[in-house]
Ligand binder design. Structure first.
Ligand code: NAD
Length: 465
């Protein structure tokens, strides 16, 4: 889903809210339309786009000039918050789209944060560790006036990790002596004040968004009363029946990094309903095994910074039985559930009809186009959207930020329990609303709940006259 699609959806949801006579308690139709029109303009506009160039001296190419961005979309809900990605595909429109989605995600999960995102146009695999260290420090130097614990709090994202965040915190501390530096970034290593379980949180939350629906939510609604989304309900029921009849639910996962690797492991180890992970992929390979892949061994193999096994010799080293397939096959293999945990724009008009999964879970941001979303909605496929499914990381980031203020380390159990509780509250809200409605995608439901909250805040803060 591209920035223009996100903005179009905001526009259409806001137009719907403007016609709802119960919205904001404003009975006067004209006034309500005016207020919603103002909110729409504010939320479609990004507060600040900052672009800079990082120059570093590299061993191979001498001085290179790297575009870098920090985009702050909106902070009506609280301090700007959003990860920094290192990828050769980073561009301004993409970073802005991701910042808008952060505003919506934080509002949906009622976190006291607004939305931001950062990006550096590099393929991190092409730089030495020393060069990456320099790039990370220069990023903080370039944006040091724009980030900070009470203003804009970055975190890791695609291509970045706790090591890079630790370097960035170190640089922030050097530039701002005496400031409360631990709260300036989340996703730090535990030794550097990070939250236990932060690395796993997004993958765990992503799987939870699906497993909780299958297990708890569907269990609570087993009689099918108040369900209006009949095709999707049938999809869910048939998955439950499948495992009750002893046939494991098949899962495929695109992306085997921080989010995808953990989500695959969650599926592999989930004990309540039986699952098998039939396919996983990274940027080079899809591995497929109809009887289920050994995810623990694949995690062990990739731990040392390696990609997934991509030939028979690698498979032997990993001790894993699998067929090697083209990279995009993961999207179209025979599976019941497909977890998207790599990058944007993976399923669109050109390939949506080839997708076989009955449930799609967006661990990545924006992997499905609006057109494909509508198509899946019509044919009964359940799509659990990014701003709902992949919030585990930012929820734990909030706990990390909180712990930096009281200088106390929460246990991993406390963190995971808090994250799950907070996510389940939102999941229940969204699933109740979506399955009882008649004519909207789940993304629409999520955008509606977010935009209701954001408009309510803008209204109460007196911004909509
Ligand atoms: P990562 O860098 O740890 O892993 C990315 C994985 O995707 C790697 O296995 C990589 O090989 C694979 N990949 C890259 N391009 C691909 C392609 N074209 N086809 C197939 N696979 C490809 O990144 P991550 O932190 O796991 O993030 C993955 C996604 O989840 C991103 O969209 C990110 O924005 C989103 N996300 C991450 C977090 C977080 O806490 N890390 C939070 C919310 C959302």
């Amino acid at each position: 889903m591209k920035r223009t699609e996100t903005q179009a959806l905001i526009e259409s949801v806001m137009s719907g809210l403007a016609e709802r006579s119960d919205f904001l308690g404003i009975e006067d139709d004209e006034k309500r339309r005016f207020v919603c029109g103002s909110a729409k303009e504010i939320l479609k506009t990004t507060d600040k786009v900052i672009k800079s160039y990082i120059r570093v001296s590299t061993e191979k190419d001498g001085i290179v000039r790297i575009p870098a961005y920090r985009v702050q979309h909106n902070n009506i809900s609280g301090f700007y918050k959003g990860g920094i990605r290192f990828s050769e595909f980073v561009n301004e429109a993409e970073v802005e789209n991701l910042a808008i989605l952060m505003t919506l995600k934080n509002a949906l999960h009622r976190l006291p944060y607004g939305g931001a995102k950062g990006g550096v146009h590099v393929d991190p695999r092409k730089f030495t560790e020393k060069e990456l260290n320099l790039i990370s420090k220069k990023y903080v130097q370039r944006f040091s006036r724009d980030i900070g614990p009470n203003h804009d709090i970055p975190a890791p994202d695609l291509g970045t990790n706790e090591k890079i965040v630790d370097w960035m915190v170190g640089e922030f501390k050097t530039i701002h002596p005496g400031e409360q530096y631990l709260g300036s970034f989340t996703g730090k290593s535990v030794e550097n004040g990070g939250a236990r379980g932060r690395r796993e949180a997004t993958g765990r939350g992503t799987f939870l968004s699906y497993s909780w629906m299958l297990d708890e939510w569907a269990g609570l609604h087993a009689n099918g009363n108040d369900i209006n989304r009949h095709k999707q309900w049938e999809t869910l029921k048939s998955l439950r029946e499948q495992t009750e009849n002893g046939e494991p639910i098949r899962v495929a996962v695109q992306g085997f990094g921080n989010v995808g690797g953990v989500a695959a492991l969650e599926a592999y180890t989930y004990s309540k309903y039986q699952h098998k992970v039939v396919a996983v992929s990274d940027r080079f390979t899809t591995l497929y095994h109809s009887e289920g892949l050994d995810i623990e061994k694949l995690i062990e193999y990739t731990k040392k910074g390696r990609d997934l096994p991509s030939n028979s010799e690698h498979l032997k080293q990993a001790g894993v039985e699998a067929e090697i397939k083209p990279v995009t096959d993961v999207l179209i293999v025979d599976t019941d559930v497909l977890i998207l945990a790599a990058i944007e724009d993976q399923i669109h008009q050109d390939n949506m009809e080839e997708v076989k999964a009955g449930v799609l879970v967006e661990g990545a941001n924006a992997p499905i186009s609006l057109e494909a979303d509508d198509y899946f909605e019509r044919n009964g496929t359940i799509v659990i959207p990014d701003i709902l499914a992949n919030a585990g990381g930012v929820i734990v980031s909030y706990l990390e930020w909180k712990q930096s203020r009281v200088t106390e380390l929460f246990t991993e159990e406390e963190i995971i329990a808090d994250m799950s509780k907070q996510m389940i509250e939102t999941l229940k809200n969204v699933y109740d609303s979506y399955f009882s409605s008649v004519d909207q995608t789940m993304r629409n439901t999520c955008f509606t709940l977010s935009l209701e909250r954001l408009t309510g805040l803008l209204y109460r803060h007196g911004k909509l006259f």
